[in-house]
Design a protein around this ligand. Structure first.
Ligand code: NAD
Length: 470
């Protein structure tokens, strides 16, 4: 097969945008066009303020845009021109119907696949980049074959994306591995090698793994399930630590030094967020139950349940510590994004926490360095509930700094681990807060002994609140 010259990416989101921008950055001979039906998003990709925040992304996009990197809403035209198409559309959890709250909604993948079949006038490699349930490629193949014009052939590959938001560009420059699954036919294997050749422009061949289609699809769900499982495991232990006087950081360190366990992803916290972990775990739970494997489904479901428990446990601890009522008290929430170095708020723990605070009639002041006020209002408003937006606006205040949020607050709650929260002048913050001034560290990132010396009452997940006083 001839080398790839023209790539179209359908979906200009957190995955399609950075992934294909990096391909353009690393492969100047390939024309890359990233398409989306969302005109506002495409406009932003073509402007000075990109629609997503990722360290290093601006440089990558600005250096290749208009040269071999393009953005467009004309999906059909770029499908037609491409010899390889990435399908990188959203696959959210289904909201209603069969499998609601569990299964992946594949409507966007299907719509994109149908479009490819309908408008293609030449043969193409179609690559599943979106995270999908195992055997989705089979449905895509059926749709493509039933709807294509004569003499047009499609090879389907699975090439799941393992980037993490916040470190997307360095992950894409230097991935632990790239995974490409194909049908084990002659033409499938040739297509697999053709995509491998694209990545080989900057990734060592030994880091490009080739498997069958179904292993590749399942590996993505499995990787996210295993990562989320580590977080839920250490979070479960954090509850035991609080009850016994053990320190979860010390336990994680001691366990992580065992090379069989390893130290990464063993940080206790208020719970995982983001668009992927919860969705993909639930997707695996649904897949397992559909395959009539109820014990397997129950096993993975517990990872999700533990995450919900951790968020609720943190909230309950805040309310009980604040003398069992937060009515009319001001709670300063530091961080709204689901993790540092991203503006993405999908499934952020902050949303669950703040909604609980609002239900208890607290006043909530929020500061996040990268999340827009409008996004915060949208995330906290229940869609379709009359006047809900106005009620939200009454309860919350969006602040331009941590200092503004903390002024006259009863409690400071750290939800996102932004580095700048370590550098704040806590003497100043203490002076401006109501007394007793409480700090709840949901990320185990602040210097608790120092804060206690200032006068704060400090609660850290996985640590006894009386730590340092015994
Ligand atoms: P996203 O919502 O940010 O982007 C998806 C984009 O696809 C949207 O802009 C949407 O308008 C567009 N789209 C939907 N249907 C379309 C169509 N028919 N034609 C053109 N555009 C269309 O989602 P995302 O975070 O980029 O995730 C995409 C996929 O990648 C998901 O399956 C996700 O699970 C997976 N994934 C995400 C991450 C991550 O960190 N966000 C990491 C790995 C994998």
């Amino acid at each position: 097969m001839a080398p790839i010259k023209n790539i179209c990416c359908i979906g200009a989101g957190y995955v399609g945008g950075p992934t294909c921008a990096v391909i353009a950055y690393k492969c100047h001979d390939i024309k890359v066009t990233i398409c989306d039906i969302n005109a506002q998003r495409i406009e932003a990709w073509m402007s000075d303020k990109l629609p997503i925040y990722e360290p290093g992304l601006d440089e990558v996009v600005f250096s290749r845009r208009g040269k071999n990197l393009f953005f467009s809403t004309d999906v059909d035209k770029h499908i037609q021109e491409a010899d390889l198409i990435f399908v990188s559309v959203n696959t959210p959890t289904k909201k209603k119907g069969l499998g609601a709250g569990m299964a992946a909604d594949l409507a966007y993948v299907e719509a994109a696949t149908r479009r490819i079949a309908q408008v293609s006038t030449s043969s193409k490699i179609v690559v599943e980049k979106s995270t999908v349930p195992c055997r989705t490629a089979e449905s895509m193949r059926a749709i493509l074959e039933a709807n294509c014009t004569a003499n047009v052939k499609f090879d389907i590959l699975s090439n799941p994306e393992f980037l993490a938001e916040g470190t997307a560009i360095s992950d894409l420059f230097n991935p632990d591995r790239v995974l490409i699954g194909s049908l084990q036919t002659e033409s499938g294997k040739i297509a697999q090698q053709t995509l491998a050749d694209v990545y080989a422009n900057w990734i060592p061949r030994e880091n490009i793994i080739t498997t069958n289609l179904w292993s590749s699809e399942l590996s993505k769900l499995a990787a996210n399930a295993l990562l989320a499982q580590r977080i839920s495991s250490i979070n479960a232990l954090s509850a035991v630590c609080e009850a016994t006087g053990a320190d979860v950081d010390e336990v994680a360190y001691a366990c992580g030094r065992d090379t069989r366990i390893g130290s990464k992803f063993l940080k206790a916290s208020v719970g995982f967020g983001g668009s992927c972990f919860q969705k993909d775990i639930l997707n695996l739970v649904y897949l397992s139950s559909q395959l009539n494997l109820p014990e397997v489904a129950e096993y993975w479901k517990q990872v999700y349940t533990m995450n919900e428990y951790q968020k609720n446990r943190f909230t309950r601890n805040i309310i009980s510590t604040l003398f069992n009522t937060i009515t009319n008290k001001k709670i300063a929430v530091l961080g709204f994004a689901f993790k540092k170095d991203t503006g993405d708020t999908r499934e952020s723990a902050a949303i669950t926490l703040i909604k609980s605070f609002m239900e208890e009639n607290a006043r909530v002041a929020i500061y996040d360095p990268k999340v827009d006020a409008e996004q915060i209002y949208m995330d906290l408003t229940e869609p379709g509930v009359v006047d809900n937006r106005k009620q939200v606006e009454k309860c919350i205040e969006i602040c331009g700094s941590a200092y503004e949020a903390a002024k006259d607050a009863d409690a400071l709650v750290v939800v996102t681990e932004w580095d700048e929260f370590r550098q704040l002048d806590y003497n100043l913050i203490y002076k401006d807060m109501h007394k007793p001034a409480f700090v709840f560290d949901g990320r185990l990132m602040l210097d608790a002994p120092k804060l206690r010396d200032i006068g704060f009452k400090v609660h850290v997940i996985g640590k006894n609140p009386l730590e340092g006083r015994a």
